[in-house]
Design a protein around this ligand. Sequence first.
Ligand code: SF4
Length: 92
Amino acid sequence: MNESHHHEAIAPNRLRVQVDQSRCKTDGSCVRIAPELFYFTAFAKKAALRTPEIPLDMVDKCLEATRKCPYNAIIVTQPSRDDAAQDSSGSE
Ligand code: SF4
């Protein structure tokens, strides 16, 4: 039997990551650990995310970078499916 799961486009467990720009001290460990995810912005010289939603195969690296940020500047959230749906309303 081929039981089909009805998946939405947005994975429910997709991590969201942000860098707190006021905390980041540009020491660069996140960029060294996960250059696929983090880069330094040209003007602010702070770390930023290439994509706010972390691909599943990058989650481990992302969490390692988060743990190793000396300033706890990397913020990881795990939105529920409902949160993800609300994001698209853009009511802010
Ligand atoms: S590890 Fe933390 S402080 Fe260092 S560049 Fe990345 S976000 Fe900024």
